[in-house]
Design a protein around this ligand. Structure first.
Ligand SMILES: C[S@@+](CC[C@H](N)C(=O)[O-])C[C@H]1O[C@@H](n2cnc3c(N)ncnc32)[C@H](O)[C@@H]1O
Length: 209
């Protein structure tokens, strides 16, 4: 797959404006990566496929969602990518929750330089979700925690009508088995177009056993 915006276009349509914003984001990430560890060093050469296109699968899985919360955003995957792809959609917003100060500074810089509809919360997910009272259409997380833990983070939002969209890796079957002990989960999984053995998991209903 090409290491350019074409990798993202293999997942969904990307406007010229979004393509420009994605390029600004990738340039900033490469620059900041020299100072702080934003992504694993061995993936820097493949940022467009391994991170940007991979992240675009969250919005592709839930294309009608406009108001997102991204948990443990790190360098902005998938939350910043979602916000860029929704930048021209009226009413769109992505709340990014990240407890690490330096990563949050990076996220704020990207948000400012690209002019995207994103709000950065430098806080713990548990605290943000517990106090949250604004409508959320979708909640995303990638490389953050086990499925069972993610259900715990997202449940208060899913109960209020949000759809949960999680990137999950090759341990998914074992994680699902564990999560099923604690949660009744209405889940649809889709094979990742980017990472073999990975999938995008969409949860519409969630209830603690
Ligand atoms: C492994 S990184 C993944 C980052 C990004 N989602 C990605 O896919 O590249 C997990 C991130 O979640 C953040 N994090 C972990 N637990 C958290 C919590 N309870 N509240 C807020 N942020 C948290 C960490 O600081 C870290 O940046």
């Amino acid at each position: 797959m090409p290491e350019s915006v074409e990798a993202v276009r293999s997942i969904l349509d990307v406007s010229r404006e979004s393509a420009e914003r994605l390029s600004i984001y990738v340039d900033l990430l490469r620059r900041w990566q020299k100072r702080i560890n934003l992504v694993s060093g061995k993936t820097v050469e493949n940022l467009w496929t391994r991170h940007v296109a991979d992240s675009a699968q969250a919005l592709a899985a839930t294309p009608h969602a406009k108001r997102w919360m991204d948990l443990g955003s790190g360098a902005g995957f998938p939350g910043i990518v979602t916000a860029i792809l929704l930048a021209e959609t009226p009413g769109a917003n992505v709340d990014l929750v990240e407890s690490d100060q330096r990563k949050a500074s990076f996220l704020r810089t990207v948000s400012r330089e690209t002019g995207i509809p994103a709000t950065v919360h430098v806080a713990r997910i548990e605290d943000v979700v517990a106090d949250w009272d604004a409508p959320v259409d979708a909640v995303s997380a990638r490389a953050l925690a086990s499925l069972s833990e993610l259900c715990g983070f997202a449940a208060p939002l899913v109960v209020q009508g949000a759809v949960a969209v999680f990137h999950k890796g090759r341990d998914f079957s074992r994680e699902l088995e564990e999560a099923n002990r604690f949660w009744i989960i209405d889940l649809v999984e889709k094979a990742s177009s980017i990472e073999p053995d990975s999938r995008i998991v969409v949860i519409r209903h969630l209830q603690r056993r």
